[in-house]
Design a protein around this ligand. Structure first.
Ligand SMILES: [Zn+2]
Ligand SMILES: [Zn+2]
Length: 289
């Protein structure tokens, strides 16, 4: 029985823009390329600017936070739509809804993104949040509406280049570095995984001890550089689901959020693992042709 793996997109995020000239104005969007998208919003690229951000007096916009790690583009689009329409989304149960169509302060926007991160439809995706502006982080921490963020949501803060006065236009460098750093981390895990596969003649699954043939299966690797553990996707998924931090639920009973490597106990996240696994699988199959 082989695990039917769904391939996550390379990168897709939902973002919150804030107007530099009208700092109480915000805009929610989604993109596979936040650097290019921000330039479009600010009119620095001639095509593709979103209509609402073209209005006079609002540019330049800065990207203040992103939600990422979506297992599919569709999931990102659903999250974007739900965040934009928080007052009516089916993802937030009626009794938990905050604010209305006419009241969308930044406190409400942040409260609603937290409600969505905790929503049944999204909580199992292992989503991550990066905040680029101190103002937004303060609102996140103040937590005016007292919404709990799931423990599984990884939060990254990056304010280093973000003194508002220093950035006249968009925070391009910050966004660029963020995306490039993520890609570099993924490349490193990928290269290490290929190396581990090449150096491991036995190719035994650390759970069932059977061979993981990289042509038949997409092998999964531990993110720990020095750990040689190798897994069948299904074996590891089942093992991760035994973890109380990542319990199975009825909406996606076969998909864990995260779990520990049985060899080195390092924490591994399911969707990044799958993404890397598919990359190695494609690489191995190309190498054979
Ligand atoms: Zn196995
Ligand atoms: Zn390990």
């Amino acid at each position: 029985m082989s695990h039917n793996l769904q391939v996550p997109p390379p990168f897709y995020c939902v973002y919150l823009l804030r107007s530099v000239s009208k700092p109480n104005s915000y805009y929610i969007g989604s993109t596979p390329n936040p650097y290019r998208r921000l330039r479009q919003h600010n009119g620095e690229l001639s095509v593709g600017g979103a209509y609402r951000t073209k209005k006079t007096g609002f540019r330049p916009w800065q990207m203040t936070m992103v939600v990422y790690g979506f297992p599919s583009k569709i999931a990102a689009l659903q999250f974007e739509h739900a965040w934009q329409h928080f007052y009516q989304t089916r993802h937030i149960p009626l009794e938990k809804r905050l604010g209305s169509k006419s009241s969308s302060t930044v406190h409400l926007r942040i409260a609603n993104v937290k409600l969505l991160l905790a929503a049944a439809g999204f909580v199992r995706m292992g989503l991550r949040v990066a905040i680029f502006q101190k103002h937004i982080y303060d609102i996140w921490v103040t937590n005016k509406y007292n919404v709990a963020v799931p423990e599984s949501v990884l939060l990254t803060l990056d304010f280093q280049q973000n003194q508002d006065k220093l950035i006249e236009g968009g925070n391009y460098d910050q966004i660029k570095v963020f995306v490039e750093t993520l890609a570099a981390e993924e490349d490193k895990v990928f290269e290490k995984s290929v190396e581990k596969l090449e150096n491991n003649d036995l190719r035994q699954c650390s759970i069932c001890n059977q061979v993981v043939d990289p042509v038949d299966h997409a092998p999964c690797f531990c993110v720990n550089d020095s750990c040689q553990a190798l897994y069948h996707a299904e074996c590891w998924a089942n093992d991760m689901l035994k973890d109380s931090e990542s319990p199975a639920d009825s909406t996606s009973p076969m998909i864990p959020i995260k779990g520990r490597c049985v060899e080195c106990t390092k924490l591994n996240w399911w969707w990044p693992t799958v993404k890397n696994s598919m990359r190695v699988y494609q690489h191995s199959n190309q190498a054979i042709k």
